[in-house]
Design a protein around this ligand. Structure first.
Ligand SMILES: [Zn+2]
Length: 442
């Protein structure tokens, strides 16, 4: 069949997309939530693996070849020529313990629909689909996409599920996965054109702006500090107020100080372009109501789509914590996990997404350019190939909840915009801008 963009777009079947999403929802369906669409499908759970096996069959039916569930549980498939650089598309089908039916699933099913359309139309070039495992962080964060992009220094086998003590390797072994190393972006001899991912927004902006499609400009960077305060455990009745070295009280005061100072910085820097949240993570010196806590931990998480803001937030937080050095309760701060840098999306792929989105939307105002305050698999991928993301609205801005939902008409419009973008790239109607260095070359 001859390939042209109008022909390809007529092949996008939104009924098929909605049916696939409904079937995927049945794996781990809880029936909970405002729409009865709640899903619990944590990474490497039985329901997650059942869903991935079903999806791998759908991948094959879409004309993808060499479909595998790799040692970590990610599903990969390849379409088109082996000789050309491939357009990689995907997202994740694992969910939060109390998750929605579209977070991740939407992007996987859009990528599947794109593969079906490209295959059935005989589109030129090469494409691939990935369904990343453990985006939601049961074992790590963005676990499989980071491993694929070689953006993690910790061997994936050692990642451990929070709370349960089960390692990713043990969970994989009990699921009869091969345990072979995960695929790497370096495995493909002909290389990659870029990476496209669609996702629900997971925030309220599109809905508030009455927009149906969001083009992501950047994904926020994230830094997390563990602040430890050291006081003196002592009797709460006999220790005079002025003599107390109450670590819990100081940690709480410090949380409020950090919050106020970081808010002032964010407000000075273009309003909501950065954010922070602090929580008391433990009061290890708390023994009883009559005991003054001798130590307390505070966790501070900061996010911004602009790396320079993030750097300044981190500097300010360190400076505020350092002032406690001469106080009766001394606190110190250290990174509690590897920071995720703020990630710009590829300008060329963003332009492709914008043109395709405007072509299918009823008005240009229905398409919004925005940053993502949530992390996504596209962030590690952007380190090794040009990457971009498309958002559709979340009703009420709700996600990571059984209440998460998106209107069918928005899902259908997003599918057209996504497949239109993938088709435009493969037909050469628009191009990734490139990495600006040699990283995407082998
Ligand atoms: Zn997600």
């Amino acid at each position: 069949m001859a390939s042209s963009l109008p022909i390809l777009l007529t092949l996008v079947n939104s009924t098929r997309v909605l049916e696939d999403l409904a079937t995927l929802r049945s794996f781990g369906a809880t029936g909970g939530g405002a729409y009865g669409h709640g899903v619990s499908r944590p990474a490497l759970s039985q329901t997650d693996l059942d869903a991935r096996r079903w999806l791998s069959k759908r991948f094959q039916e879409a004309g993808l070849r060499d479909v595998v569930i790799d040692g970590m549980g990610s599903v990969h498939g390849h379409g088109g020529s082996d000789e050309a650089p491939a357009l990689l598309m995907g997202s994740h089908s694992d969910t939060q313990p109390e998750g929605g039916w579209l977070d991740g699933a939407l992007g996987v099913v859009y990528a599947l629909e794109a593969a079906r359309v490209l295959h059935s139309s005989g589109a030129p070039g090469a494409w691939a689909v990935a369904n990343w495992e453990d985006e939601e962080g049961r074992f790590s964060t963005l676990t499989a996409s980071k491993a694929f992009a070689e953006q993690t220094s910790v061997p994936w086998e050692r990642h451990c599920a929070r709370g349960s003590g089960v390692t990713l390797a043990e969970a994989a072994a009990s699921a009869n996965l091969t345990g072979v190393p995960v695929a790497s972006w370096k495995d493909r001899a002909a290389g990659w054109l870029g990476y496209l991912e669609a996702h629900i927004e997971q925030g309220p902006l599109l809905e508030r702006m009455n927009a149906s499609l969001g083009i992501v400009s950047a994904i926020v960077g994230q830094v997390e500090l563990l602040v430890q305060c050291h006081g003196q455990q002592n009797h709460a009745g006999t220790t005079r107020m002025r003599d107390r070295r109450d670590a819990a009280l100081r940690a709480m005061q410090l949380g409020v100080e950090l919050d106020a100072a970081l808010h002032r910085l964010c407000e000075a820097e273009e309003g909501d372009d950065c954010s922070s949240v602090w929580t008391i993570s433990s009061l290890s010196g708390y023994v009883s109501h009559s005991t003054i806590p001798g130590s307390a931990n505070l966790t501070l998480q900061m996010r911004s789509p602009t790396q320079s803001y993030l750097d300044r937030m981190l500097e300010l937080a360190h400076a505020i914590v350092a002032k406690t050095a001469a106080e009766r309760v001394r606190c110190d701060a250290a990174l509690s996990r590897a920071p995720s840098p703020a990630t710009m999306m590829d300008a060329g792929l963003r332009a492709c997404l914008l043109a395709s989105s405007r072509a299918v939307a009823t008005e240009d105002s229905k398409v919004l350019t925005m940053h993502s305050a949530a992390l996504h698999d596209a962030a590690p991928l952007a380190a090794v190939m040009p990457s971009a993301m498309l958002f559709v609205p979340s009703i009420g801005g709700i996600s990571h909840s059984f209440d998460e939902h998106t209107l069918d008409e928005d899902i259908a419009l997003g599918a057209k915009a996504f497949v239109g973008t993938a088709s435009s790239v493969l037909l050469g109607l628009c191009q990734p801008a490139g990495m600006g260095d040699a990283k995407q070359e082998l």
